[in-house]
Design a protein around this ligand. Structure first.
Ligand SMILES: [Zn+2]
Length: 345
């Protein structure tokens, strides 16, 4: 089922946005590679594009320059509570991946950034496994570059987006152009969760954003050690509601992975991987794309005894005609020709 490029979900991913971070409780720094490999192995209708690493000044749109300098040089503690150089090196790519996804999204095709670790990062400090707030870096970039008039941040991670709130207070000039809705901590019962999500979507509809940044955290799942209040089916319903809303309203949507802390299986995070793949399945359903059958982990993946010991470049990806050093610029050109979102710019 080879899909033409125009009917595949753009996925912004580079091995450089992943970092092995041994000793950290959160697997999020290594997760992009695991998800990218699973998408490629299982035949999801996606195309991979390498993100452009953001410049120092671009990260400073959402953080103090002293903080960004301290983080990138390894002098300041990152959101994992260490000074790991590999994490620092990945940061221009993680935020670049989110911005790239936002630029690639169209009214009839969402885009995904295989990133996590954004919403607890504040103006001048990290925390909760978050170092740079890629949601706010992206929103600020879109607004300041004149790529969007208004931006919606829909944060359905299990935890509250306190870092996003903090940066909005520091960027009061941009705040009127950004709507931030975060579910964190308020979704204890299914009916309540769905009602609250419906209210969020109504608010976003009224705000008429140029683009939605959707933080599709897997940690609200009932089995998650750090979250835990909705079932697998309910999480699919959540994703279905969001994608059907964006598709129905014709608003380009870019999503990212966000939290998820269950452990187990071949990859070390199989339960979380399954939830992230369900989000892709719901995107496929809402946008009329073929949905790969649910299946066991393929043999090629099973033979890899430990993902954490694999070199992060060793990923079966970027196959076919889209493989190019200039793929990011190509996708930008292609979408600037086709996207209604772009036409509004
Ligand atoms: Zn979380």
């Amino acid at each position: 089922m080879d899909q033409p490029l125009s009917r595949r979900i753009p996925v912004l991913y580079s091995a450089r946005q992943a970092a092995k971070n041994p000793g950290a409780y959160s697997p999020s720094a290594g997760k992009p590679t695991i998800v990218a490999t699973a998408l490629a192995d299982r035949g999801f209708p996606v195309s991979f594009y390498a993100p452009r690493p953001l410049l120092f000044a671009e990260l400073c749109r959402a953080h103090s320059s002293t903080y960004v300098e301290g983080i990138l040089s390894g002098r300041e503690q990152n959101g994992f509570g260490n000074r790991d150089k590999a994490v620092a090196a990945s940061l221009p790519y993680t935020s670049g991946s989110m911005l790239g996804a936002a630029l690639a999204a169209r009214p009839n095709m969402p885009a995904c950034s295989l990133t996590s670790g954004f919403h607890h990062a504040m103006w001048d400090t990290g925390g909760g496994f978050c170092t740079i707030n890629g949601l706010m870096v992206t929103a600020a970039a879109l607004l300041e570059m004149g790529k969007a008039e208004r931006v919606a941040i829909l944060d359905l991670d299990a935890h509250y987006g306190n870092g996003t709130d903090d940066i909005l207070r520091h960027r009061a000039d941009l705040a009127p152009s950004i709507i931030h809705r975060t579910m964190g901590g308020s979704g204890s019962r299914h009916g309540h969760y769905i009602a609250k999500l419906q209210a969020f979507l109504a608010d976003i509809s009224d705000f008429e954003p140029s683009v939605i940044l959707y933080q599709a955290g897997a940690d609200p799942h009932e089995d998650d050690p750090l979250g835990g209040y909705i079932s697998t089916e309910e999480m699919r319903e959540r994703d279905r509601m969001v994608f059907e809303f964006a598709e129905g309203e014709g608003i380009p949507l870019a999503w990212n992975l966000a939290g998820g802390y269950q452990k187990g299986g071949v990859t070390g995070i199989d339960p979380v991987l399954a939830l992230h793949l369900n989000t892709f399945r719901e995107a496929c359903r809402a946008y009329g794309l073929p949905i790969p059958a649910e299946m066991a982990v393929p043999a090629s993946a099973r033979s890899r005894s430990s993902w954490w010991d694999e070199p992060v470049d060793d990923v079966p990806m970027l196959r076919g005609p889209e493989r190019s050093k200039d793929s990011y610029r190509e996708v930008g050109r292609r979408y600037s020709q086709r996207s209604l979102f772009n036409e509004k710019w």
